[in-house]
Design a binder for this molecule. Structure first.
Ligand code: UDP
Length: 346
């Protein structure tokens, strides 16, 4: 069945991969993005080849005029990615995160209620768990965020729960662990400005050395090697971006099949974790490049270990990750970055 979805933040990394999957499944997609961190051409790249279609609306979640224009069309459900998502930035500038991620979402939710759109899949995060006392993390693990980014996402989860009954509002919050990789066919990839994420930064260093740069002058920093983990560096659960998006498709199906569902939440991860040093080593193997690093102090707001128990999403949503090994994400991202090195990306 063909549907019309609103994808907020559809010009961003995960959002554009979502647009691609929906358009490929034949759906009509309206993208709302303020392009502050997204890329206009990511939407056209994501939509190339149809059979569905997309329309980009450049605008902000705070702008009710833009929201009313988008919702003047029939929208079956909203997939809400638009958010600021840098942990370090959120520690240094918390009000920016609460204004954008919480107030922006409130504005979107009010418009949805007014226009009688009552289904949302929301991008939440493992950062809502803070420093969990037990691992792996299940959905029932207590949520005590240690940075404003995680706090802002948890606040929205709570708002969605409160909206379920009075507004008959059905939502699924998907708590992502570390998004990684690119489309396997190389048609879409990751571009952040500035880039702060581990995997791209390792691959940028590999590109630099491959181009003749001196491995000793490395640009790569490992933030802390004194955590209580197996090699002293942080452990993260790296989940392929296309797997994250296929989970959204499962979540949308679940919402349509279960009217009156209320507010649900699921972890999206691979049930395994890699340390920073293990990821660097895997990148050496994939790229064949002698990637070196220097060690810097810990980055504020980084919990030592975040690994998902994602079995609930697999069981209840019928989600099966196609690329559960970080090597797959690295191979796909390496192909993308070789074809689209950072200095030439728009
Ligand atoms: N990290 C690092 N060097 C970098 C970027 C990240 O050591 O240049 C570490 C970071 O401290 C964290 C892990 O890599 O432990 C993943 O960080 P990233 O920013 O990719 O994702 P996050 O876990 O913050 O969402």
């Amino acid at each position: 069945m063909t549907r019309h979805f609103l994808v907020t933040g559809g010009a961003g990394f995960i959002g554009s991969h979502m647009v691609r999957q929906l358009v490929r499944a034949g759906h009509q997609v309206s993208v709302l993005d303020n392009l502050e961190r997204g890329n206009r051409d990511a939407v056209s790249m994501a939509s190339a080849g149809g059979p569905g279609s997309s329309t980009l609306h450049v605008g902000d979640l705070h702008d009710r005029v833009v929201l009313d224009k988008v919702f003047s069309q029939h929208i079956d459900a909203v997939i809400h990615f638009a958010a600021l998502a840098y942990v370090g930035e959120s520690v240094n500038n918390p009000t920016k995160y609460y204004r954008n991620n919480v107030m922006g979402t409130l504005s979107l939710l009010e418009a949805m209620v007014d226009h009688k759109v009552s289904r949302m899949v929301f991008s939440s995060t493992c950062a809502t768990y803070g420093e969990p006392e037990t691992l792996p993390i299940t959905e029932d693990t207590p949520q005590h965020p240690i940075n404003a980014y995680g706090q802002s996402k948890l606040m929205v989860e709570k708002i969605l729960a409160d909206m379920a009954s009075p507004h008959a509002f059905d939502s699924i919050a998907l708590r992502y662990f570390n998004a990684a990789g690119c489309t396997p066919d190389g048609s879409l990839g990751e571009r952040h400005e500035p880039e702060t994420h581990l995997l791209p930064l390792i691959l940028f260093e590999a590109l630099r050395v491959k181009a003749g740069g001196n491995p000793d002058n490395t640009s790569l920093c490992v933030f802390g090697d004194d955590f209580a983990t197996r090699d002293g560096t942080c452990v993260r659960d790296y989940v392929h971006v296309d797997d994250l998006c296929s989970a959204h498709v499962c979540a949308l199906d679940h919402l349509f099949e279960n009217p009156g569902l209320g507010a649900r939440r699921y972890n999206l991860g691979t049930n395994r974790g890699d340390t920073v040093l293990e990821v660097i080593d895997a990148c050496r193997k994939v790229t064949g490049v002698d990637i070196r690093y220097r060690t810097d102090p810990r980055r504020a707001g980084d919990p030592p270990e975040l690994v998902a128990d994602a079995s609930l999403a697999m069981r209840e949503l019928g989600w099966t990750p196609a690329w559960p090994n970080v090597i797959d994400s690295i191979e796909h991202a390496w192909a993308w970055f070789q074809a689209n090195p950072p200095s030439t990306t728009p």
